[in-house]
Structures are given as C-alpha cells and as structure tokens.
Design a protein around this ligand. Structure first.
Ligand code: ATP
Length: 337
C-alpha cells in the first residue's frame, strides 16, 4: 500500500493520513458586510464567524430569518466573497480554489428555478451534461440519483407538475449528480408538508450513511434535531454556539434531567436528593420529583438505589439527556435576558 509524505517529509501510514485530512469546513473570522463599498447603510450579514465541521458530520445551521445562514453558505459555495476573514472547504480556500471546490461540493440554494417544460429524467440528463460528467457515465449518474431520491415513479413527469416536496427532491438529485463529497443545503425542507419532510429526512440519513458531509440550514429546530450530529446556532450574523450536542451542553453547563414518580409523601426523597452528589435543582412539580443530574451511569444507578432505600414506593425513574431543544431554549433564553 502506498504511503504519503507529511509536510515535514516523514511518511505517514494510511490511518495517520486520514487523521491529517483537513476538516470539511474551516471558517475563521468570517465577516460579510453588504454595501461596505460606500452604501448608505451597510448590512453586517456575518460578524467574525468561526466554524469547524469535520468530515462525515451532518451539521445543522439554525437561526431566525436574517441570521446570516444563507450568506455563510453562499460564501462556502464560493458564490460570495467575504469582506474579512477566510473560509476553507475540503482544505481549499474559497477565494483562490473556486473551481476545485465546485467539483467537490453540491450546493442546493433556498430559491431555484426548474425548467417547467422538461421531464424529470430530461432535467437531470441536461445537468449531467452541463456539469461535464464523462458522457459514458451520465446515464448511470442520472439513474443513481433518481434511485437515491426515490424519484423513479416521477421520471416522466414534467418538472412543472411536481409538488413542492418532489421539486425539492429533484433539486437534491441534481445537486448529487457529480457525487460531491460535501453537500450544502440551504433550507431544503422549507414549505414542505410533514410527510414530505419525513421523506426528505430519510434521504439525508441515507446520504450521511454513504459518508457525505452535510451542512444543512433551517429555522425549524425539529427539522434538524432528528438527524444532525452537530449544530451551530446563528443570530444577527454571529455564531452563538457550535459543536456536537454534548460539547455545547458541556459549554452551556446543561445537565441531564431526571423525573421520579412516587406514592406517598415526597419529603424523604427530596431530602435524600439534596444530599446526593451530582443532583441539583431538586423540585416537586406536577406530582413528580424533578432534578438535574451530572454524573456517570453508575452514579445514576446509585441515585436510584438511594431513592428506593428511602422506603417510598417509586413508580417511575426517567432519565433524559440534554438535547438540541434544551440548547436552543438556553441560547434563546440568554438572548432575551
Ligand atoms: P433566511 O432564513 O431569511 O434566509 P438567513 O439566516 O439565511 O435568513 P441571510 O439571507 O444570510 O440570512 O441574510 C443576512 C442579512 O444579510 C439580512 O439582513 C439580509 O437582508 C442581508 N442580505 C443578504 N443578502 C444580501 C444582499 N445580496 N444584499 C444586501 N443584503 C443582503
């Protein structure tokens, strides 16, 4: 097997080589000011954004309208030039390596135009040729993306006759034609009905299993919480937090939540929990004892044993890890405080 050379000249094993691979996305101090060249009221769309997305992640970008998500994505897709800072995609600078990046990424913009009078298969064949795929591989590329996005039954339908969900699937199919390593999907589920959203999510999961790195934006939390391995929350051009749910939970000091159902007086349970290491914010609410918990699985088991030892019958012991929703609530709460 071939070995490659590191910058220092030492040879690397294949495993080390993979570890040396640059992340899919690296953004440093990225700032975009529209109208910076003399307009009356310049708009700060991005303010010193920092972001790192390792390869293989499904990274969700969340934020309200105007937060800067599309601007960030367009810069990563090499369609906008930053005012300050820099962005690297798959190790290449978006400013100096535009063509090389374009060959390796698939960008699905929020707004797009479909040639209404073309049929689905014709539309894809047209783009397979526009993307300059090798002629011998075009038909297979079209078939592969039709299968991936489950568009087989609509291959002969006119683009103009497709529902919103089908149109989004077709646009995704087009985005996948050149088998890009990184997908940048700007609000792909916006305007879809719940069933279409579920189907779209399943396609994203399949793409993730195929090893694609995916950057996907939405202002609807539930769209992303189901399948994103990490997230970034944007607000007014700033990246408020980013990382895996565990990393952000730790940074925000979010703790897991436990609910205990019981029969009889809660006093002994409350007393025991006040003393128990790792338990915090103990309260009685809606007939349940609730508390935050920080500790290992063993610690949790000890906690349950302690409560059972209080002699009060326990009917329920529910442990819930902090999730994206908790993070969003906390960040949202910080915004108004
Ligand atoms: P949405 O969810 O509504 O798409 P977003 O988070 O994607 O919002 P952006 O579209 O990046 O946000 O917009 C960020 C800010 O930059 C907004 O104030 C927007 O009006 C402004 N903006 C975006 N594109 C341009 C442009 N081409 N010229 C001037 N201002 C722009």
């Amino acid at each position: 097997m071939m070995e490659s050379e590191s910058a220092s000249g030492a040879s690397l094993s294949p495993a080390e080589d993979i570890l040396q691979e640059p992340p899919a996305i690296e953004v440093e101090g990225l700032t975009k000011i529209y109208g910076a060249d003399g307009g009356d009221s310049p708009i700060h769309a991005l303010r010193a954004v920092e972001l790192r997305v390792p390869r293989g992640e499904v990274f969700g970008l969340i934020g309200p309208n105007g937060a800067g998500k599309s601007t960030l994505m367009r810069i990563l897709a090499t369609l906008e030039i930053p005012t300050f800072g820099r962005a690297r995609v798959l190790g290449e600078d978006t400013w100096t390596s535009r063509l090389r990046i374009c060959r390796q990424i698939g960008f699905m913009p929020e707004l797009f135009y479909l040639y209404q009078e073309l049929r689905v298969e014709e539309y894809l064949a047209f783009f397979a040729s526009a993307y300059d795929l090798p002629p011998a591989g075009r038909a297979k590329a079209v078939e592969d993306v039709i299968e991936l996005t489950d568009l087989g039954v609509r291959r002969d339908s006119f683009c103009g006759s497709l529902s919103k969900g089908m149109r989004q699937r077709l646009l995704l199919a087009k985005t996948l034609l050149h088998d890009p390593e990184l997908l940048i999907l700007d609000e792909p589920t916006s305007g879809m009905d719940p069933q279409a959203r579920i189907e779209f999510r399943n396609i994203i999961r399949t793409l993730s299993k195929l090893g694609k790195t995916i950057l996907i934006s939405s202002h609807i939390l539930s769209d992303l919480s189901a399948f994103c391995s990490s997230v970034g929350i944007m607000e007014q051009g700033r990246m408020r937090v980013s990382g895996t749910v565990e990393e952000i939970s730790r940074a925000l000091a979010l703790v897991d939540q436990v609910q205990v159902g019981f029969l009889g007086p809660p006093g002994p349970l409350l007393d025991a929990l006040e003393e128990f290491e790792g338990a915090s914010a103990v309260e009685l609410r809606d007939g349940c004892v609730r508390f935050g918990f920080e500790g290992s699985e063993e610690g949790l088991a000890r906690c349950l044993k302690t409560l059972v030892g209080c002699g009060i019958p326990i009917t329920r012991f529910e442990h819930r890890r902090s999730d994206l929703e908790d993070i969003f609530v906390r960040v949202g709460a910080d915004q108004v405080s």
